[in-house]
Design a protein around this ligand. Structure first.
Ligand code: 5BU
Length: 454
């Protein structure tokens, strides 16, 4: 069966529908895919199985799996044709008996290819892969029938996976239009809709403000994703460490109120360093009050943060007024919103984080991105996928080894942070407490860049 014919048959049986459909996200979509009924049409089912076989037969894997329910019968046919053993994960976790959530026999360390019917955000495939990996299997390849995502491949690649898709949404639209199954109007509507709700860009715009651009350019120019968090309490130590590490970093993060010998000269010196070594300055002040108060805290007091910090951190908890208070009438400054902190037991749940992204999207002219932490690359990837297009994800709580400190800080590794989609990692004690801070900064810098450049 040819792909074109397969698309037309899917349309014939109502697996591809056009109209107005309300999605889980609340968006109204002009099209809908539902491949469940393919099992009632043996010639379509075996046709798609053969197309998948053509696509995957040269890949290296020991087992085939299908994600229940829709992809499981298809995976069964593919496994039969390729003479490979089938395994799958039960949909509901077993609460009793042997805690065996994989059905079928397998050996740890062997490779499994996962088949699914549709891919949009990649979240469910990544979750499935994680479950298999927890049971000791190796996962590299995903095979899907319809890819309606927006460039999900590159994100999966960064997490070490390869996506093989049979058809993309654009191809479906093209074939159906050529065969007069949809009108030009419908085609335009579908295009507009997919641009609008591409999985990480609700507005369709690239939300890159001037400061975001500057940071991105510096990342490229210095070939570094490293932000050093220099949390020491005196100027001598501060500049000693900075002198040794400044070449490695793209941005320096301060907690200005930690210094016990702060004076105006400190800022002059800091600015000189930032020019000499070409890094940006980021004061991690975590503003969290009403607009009127934060404006005074930002512009006044003894620190006058606005005068020297390119970026600050801001809590969205007080609502939008905090951003108006901070940035109305302020130029050339931007912030990162705290979307998911690294400290254990923090109260930022999924709903909170989502609302932070919504505020950040609305105020993209002054919000360059978000501080996000998670303990696995998969969880981080989920956060990254929700961040509007153009905005950045900075990840704190990073060390060479995962773990925690004695007061709630949680650490993920450089590799997990970067593979999870970090644009920059924020590292403090991993560098400042190292015997040789110069060598440590170099190591964090190189390890992060290696993942970033792919
Ligand atoms: P560490 O020494 O690498 O644990 O320092 C991390 C720095 O990042 C430190 O300055 C924290 O205040 C900062 N941080 C964090 O660790 N976690 C967060 O969620 C946020 C900031 Br927001």
């Amino acid at each position: 069966m040819k792909t074109e014919y397969f698309i037309l048959r899917l349309h014939d049986i109502g697996a591809i529908k056009f109209g107005e459909f309300t999605l889980k996200s609340g968006h109204k979509s002009p099209f809908y895919f539902d491949l469940r009924d393919m099992i009632s049409h043996p010639e379509i089912l075996s046709g798609v199985a053969n197309l998948l076989v053509d696509q995957i037969q040269d890949l290296d894997f020991d087992y085939i799996s299908g994600v229940p329910y829709t992809a499981l019968p298809i995976a069964t046919l593919v496994a039969d044709i390729l003479d490979k053993p089938l395994i799958y994960i039960r949909k509901e976790e077993k609460a009793y008996g042997t805690k065996n959530n994989i059905i079928g026999k397998f050996e740890k360390g062997e490779k499994c290819l996962i088949i699914d019917d549709l891919i949009t955000t990649g979240e469910s495939l990544l979750e499935t892969a994680e479950k298999f990996k927890n049971e000791g299997l190796e996962i590299v390849d995903f095979s899907v029938i319809i890819d309606r995502s927006n460039n999900i491949e590159q994100y999966l690649n960064k997490s070490g996976y390869k996506l093989h898709s049979l058809i993309k949404l654009d191809k479906i639209i093209e074939v159906l239009k050529e065969n007069n199954r949809i009108s030009n109007d419908q085609k335009i509507k579908i295009k507009n809709f997919t641009n609008k709700i591409s999985y990480k860009n609700k507005t369709g715009k690239n939300l890159e403000n001037h400061l975001t651009k500057l940071l991105k350019e510096k990342i490229k120019a210095k070939k570094s994703n490293l932000i050093l968090s220099l949390d020491v309490d005196n100027q001598k130590d501060f500049f000693n460490i900075l002198e040794k590490t400044a070449r490695q970093i793209v941005m320096l993060k301060t907690h200005i109120d930690i210094l016990n010998d702060f004076d105006a000269d400190f800022i002059t010196r800091l600015k000189e360093y930032s020019i000499k070594y070409d890094f940006l300055i980021f004061e991690d002040r975590k503003f969290a009050d009403i607009g009127n108060t934060v404006r005074k805290q930002y512009q006044g007091g003894i620190y006058k943060i606005k005068n020297w910090a390119h970026f600050i951190t801001v809590h969205a908890i007080p609502g939008e007024g905090i951003l108006q208070g901070l940035f109305d009438n302020v130029e050339n400054r931007a912030c990162f919103l705290l979307a998911k902190m690294s400290s254990k037991g923090n109260l930022m749940n999924e709903t909170y984080t989502r609302k932070v992204f919504e505020i950040g999207e609305k105020y993209a002219d002054v919000v360059s991105g978000y501080i996000c932490h998670a303990n696995s690359k998969e969880e981080l990837r989920k956060l990254k996928n929700k961040i509007p297009n153009g905005q950045l994800m900075l990840v704190p709580g990073v060390k060479l080894q995962a773990g925690n400190d004695s007061v709630g800080q949680q650490y993920t590794t450089v590799e997990d942070a970067m593979q999870g989609g970090a644009d920059c990692i924020i590292v403090g004690r991993g560098i400042t407490d190292a015997e040789n801070s110069e060598a440590a900064a170099k190591e964090y810098h190189e390890r992060a860049w290696k993942v970033y450049k792919g």
